[in-house]
Design a protein around this ligand. Structure first.
Ligand SMILES: NC(=O)c1ccc[n+]([C@@H]2O[C@H](COP(=O)([O-])OP(=O)(O)OC[C@H]3O[C@@H](n4cnc5c(N)ncnc54)[C@H](O)[C@@H]3O)[C@@H](O)[C@H]2O)c1
Length: 280
């Protein structure tokens, strides 16, 4: 963004009814930024709207990010209601644990529809409005799993790697065309939100030595960063116009592993997986 800080600006956030999206809304409202919030979870959305600072204008709308038409309608409504929009944070996401061999087609497609197409829809619907604001930023939430692959996460990996490629290409296009809009790709490690509980776990994960009856708890146990910490890091990265932001020490460690051993990291992950399975 050309002018520093978020005061007096308008930010649109998808998946704002929980976790990182809610923490972003709270942090931005404290900085004097007006909010356009969306989610498929209307109760979560209402709870977020109730938790943000009263000093800023807040609008909410039920939007399924996988539905391009809904996202376009929402973007138009945001500009009509708030007068402009300066930031879009394409944050909505779901996760799915399954093997490539065993997972269900519909679940694989749903992950791509929400996690990848949701980001594409949000970017394309808001971009013309961001350009008209004269001072815009696209923030796309990938994952550390957009940098490094993990067994049992193939659908999520595919979607989050795609978000990274899409956002990096977008950023370069914006620079080449001297746009007033910029873009940042976010790669969180484990963040304590609802995502681990909400993960759909397919029985095929048992083939990888995962105890599927406890998989959701096990995922959650490894998450260290709070949503508030994640939001603060993300907003600082946007203010500094970073191309990418790694959220959490785990994301930094895994990014380093992938860069030092771009192919061989897989042997490390497999060895750790085998050790984990033999201790289970
Ligand atoms: N929490 C983590 O450990 C972690 C790690 C890496 C990346 N991420 C990413 O961060 C983002 C936010 O996740 P979170 O951890 O806050 O999870 P969360 O489950 O707490 O919040 C995700 C929100 O997205 C909403 N959502 C789901 N499908 C939607 C759809 N089709 N349309 C609109 N909204 C939808 C949910 O209702 C929910 O409110 C996601 O993109 C996720 O993949 C999270």
């Amino acid at each position: 963004m050309k002018t520093p800080g978020f005061r007096g600006k308008v930010a649109a956030i998808t998946g704002a009814g929980s976790g990182i999206g809610r923490a972003l809304a709270e942090a931005l409202s404290r900085q004097g930024c007006a909010l356009a919030l969306s989610d498929v979870d209307e109760a979560g959305l209402a709870a977020t709207a109730a938790s943000v600072s009263r000093d800023v204008e807040v609008t909410t709308r039920r939007v399924d990010v996988s539905n391009a038409q809904q996202v376009v309608q929402w973007a138009d409504e945001v500009v009509r209601g708030h007068g402009r929009v300066n930031v879009v944070i394409n944050n909505a996401g779901i996760s799915y644990g399954a093997t490539v061999r065993g997972g269900d087609d519909d679940d694989f497609r749903r992950v791509m529809d929400v996690d990848f197409w949701g980001v594409v829809n949000g970017t394309r619907a808001f971009l013309p409005h961001l350009e008209r604001s004269g001072d815009g930023h696209v923030v796309n939430v990938s994952s550390v799993f957009g940098l490094i692959a993990f067994p049992g996460q193939s659908a999520y990996n595919a979607a989050k790697f795609a978000v990274r490629g899409f956002t990096e290409a977008l950023r370069m296009e914006l620079e080449l065309t001297r746009s007033c809009v910029s873009a940042t790709c976010v790669h969180p490690g484990g963040v304590k939100t609802n995502i681990a509980k909400a993960t759909r776990v397919h029985s095929s994960l048992a083939d990888l030595g995962v105890d599927t009856s406890r998989a959701n708890e096990t995922f959650e146990r490894n998450f260290r960063t709070t949503a508030e910490q994640a939001a603060a890091l993300m907003l600082r990265a946007v203010e500094r116009n970073r191309r990418r932001v790694l959220v959490g020490a785990d994301a930094q460690g895994l990014d380093l592993l992938q860069r030092l051993l771009p192919g061989a990291y897989q042997s490390v992950v497999v060895a750790l997986g085998k050790r984990g399975a033999s201790h289970a």
